[in-house]
Design a protein around this ligand. Structure first.
Ligand SMILES: Cc1cc2nc3c(=O)[nH]c(=O)nc-3n(C[C@H](O)[C@H](O)[C@H](O)COP(=O)(O)OP(=O)(O)OC[C@H]3O[C@@H](n4cnc5c(N)ncnc54)[C@H](O)[C@@H]3O)c2cc1C
Length: 486
């Protein structure tokens, strides 16, 4: 077999798999190198799929979704073991491995198992287990090596009492108490999952709010529901000053001088790019202090034949975006006029309990750029589907331009948020206004109808503003404000 390929991809996570398949789809000869025995990277093995499956498992075992709805306690099982908890996760991970293998096979991608090092602008050495090393060459190289959890300074992540999001998945039993350091997405998601199982969870967050990159109202709604529904204790504006393992538990001291004990401490305080030892920097590829590779808008590094995509380039570090980045990189590498940029309208899903999703602007980003915007809100409480599901705390928040009523951003808290958000993403992508929601027919009873009522609410807010400031221009759906707020 010839050792020259059109494309060599390093890493078979979401970016690597989709980049490889994209090039192969267009007839390129592709090789993918993966150091792990199984494909899928962090998304399948330690991140996205495990955490989302465990969330469903926790909701199922706790009966949380149905609690109170049928007049009986639907708790399925009271003493959940770690193997009960992990059973479904294993099954989903294994079937996802099979799907990836199938996809790579269908596209005739050569898979090499081993550790890759880039040894030239067009050459990659592969150290293989129990087999002689091999060097492959290619017209283009796609680095898709992902990231790993940042290790806390001065604290040993032992994988049993002190864990990160990788080693959490190998816990031998469900702890009674868990302290989560970090109020970002991963910290909040796992806090909810374990709290739903009955674990006494405490979140320690150095920032003033949870999920600080999202709309402040969303972070606050999450905090309220986490506390009220799941009994999570949230400590904001504090940092751990000492973490010591004492026997079978950890003692955590905080910057406000309080102290707590926990059976497990989960560190979720950022990630670092997998570039160490890859051989990139001597070739001229630039990486930042966190190991993230610097790329241009085509995902090309400073070395023209070397591209990088996915978590290894940093933000937004989502499986969803990683796949698209890789496809765009590959299209550029082979001058395929197919996919030339990643959409700048990125939906974000956070699978906490409650579910959260957002797209476009938040009030913070709009205020920072001095935009004139209006807000429309709709509660799941007034939505018949919300009533049926028993989610009356959910809401949809719509931000739109005050002048032309273009949709600028949407945040949703509650059941189905991560699916519902795609409608907002489409309307924003097409430059649509809130008229779209007002004129649309939505299934009944469906949560999507919340868009219409948020738009009505926004129109009323505009009308109130106009009443206070006479002379404001009346455009678009403002004209129908009086008749459309049913
Ligand atoms: C707990 C958690 C939850 C998450 N939830 C979500 C979510 O809900 N939605 C979402 O979109 N994203 C989520 N993410 C992020 C998502 O997992 C990543 O964005 C995604 O996995 C990045 O894909 P990637 O292909 O760039 O890297 P990875 O998935 O990390 O894959 C990189 C691959 O490269 C291999 N590799 C590394 N170095 C070498 C080498 N030298 N030689 C050969 N192979 C190598 C690795 O073994 C790995 O298989 C989550 C992450 C975590 C940790």
């Amino acid at each position: 077999m010839s050792d020259h390929f059109d494309l060599v991809v390093i890493g078979a996570g979401p970016a690597g798999e989709k980049g490889a398949a994209q090039a192969a789809y267009f007839g390129k000869k592709v090789c993918i190198i993966e150091r792990s025995p199984k494909p899928g990277g962090a998304a399948v093995n330690t991140g996205t799929i495990p955490s989302k499956t465990l969330r469903e498992t926790a909701l199922y075992f706790s009966g949380l979704r149905q609690k109170g709805l049928y007049g009986v306690d639907l708790r399925v099982k009271h003493d959940i073991t770690i193997s009960d908890f992990m059973h479904r996760e294993r099954a989903v991970v294994e079937s996802t491995w099979a799907l990836i293998d199938e996809n790579l096979k269908r596209h005739h991608v050569t898979v090499l198992q081993g550790v890759a090092t880039v040894v030239g602008p067009k050459a990659v050495a592969v150290a293989r287990y129990g087999q002689p090393p091999r060097t492959v060459t290619a017209d283009a190289i796609l680095v898709a090596t992902g990231s790993h959890p940042q290790q806390p300074k001065g604290v040993d992540v032992d994988g049993s009492i002190i864990v990160d999001s990788d080693s959490l998945l190998t816990l031998q039993k469900i702890p009674a108490r868990m302290v989560v350091i970090g109020g970002g997405v991963i910290g909040c998601e796992y806090a909810c999952i374990f709290a739903a199982l009955g674990v006494k969870v405490t979140i320690i967050n150095s920032k003033a709010r949870l999920l600080a990159h999202l709309d402040a109202e969303v972070g606050e709604a999450l905090r309220t529901q986490m506390t009220a529904r799941l009994g999570i204790s949230v400590h904001l504006n504090v940092e751990p000053t000492e973490i010591a393992v004492e026997g079978q538990h950890a003692r955590v001291r905080l910057s406000d001088d309080s102290e707590m004990y926990s059976d497990v401490v989960l560190f979720s305080a950022g990630r670092v790019g997998n570039t160490e030892g890859l051989g990139l920097e001597p070739l001229g590829v630039r990486c930042n202090q966190r190991g993230y590779i610097q790329v241009d808008e085509h995902y090309r590094t400073a070395v023209p034949s070397i591209y990088a995509a996915g978590d290894v380039i940093g933000f937004p570090a989502l499986a969803s975006a990683s796949m698209e980045q890789a496809r765009v990189a590959v299209c550029h590498a082979f001058d395929l006029k197919y996919k030339q940029q990643v959409s700048n309208v990125l939906p974000y899903g956070v699978w906490t309990i409650p579910e959260i999703a957002t797209v476009g602007d938040t009030e913070d980003t709009l205020m920072n750029r001095g935009a004139s915007y209006e807000v429309g809100r709709s509660s799941y409480r007034i939505n018949p589907r919300g009533q049926i599901l028993g989610d009356t705390d959910g809401f949809l928040k719509l931000l739109f331009d005050r002048d032309d009523q273009r949709v600028l951003g949407v945040s949703i808290v509650g059941e189905g948020a991560c699916e519902l958000i795609h409608l907002a993403a489409s309307v924003i992508s097409f430059g649509g206004s809130i008229d779209y929601f007002i004129q649309s027919v939505f299934n009944y009873p469906a949560l999507s109808d919340a868009y219409k009522y948020a738009a009505y609410d926004g129109l009323q807010a505009l009308a109130r503003r106009r009443a206070k400031i006479p002379g404001l221009p009346t455009t678009g759906s403002q004209r129908i404000v009086k008749t459309s707020t049913d």
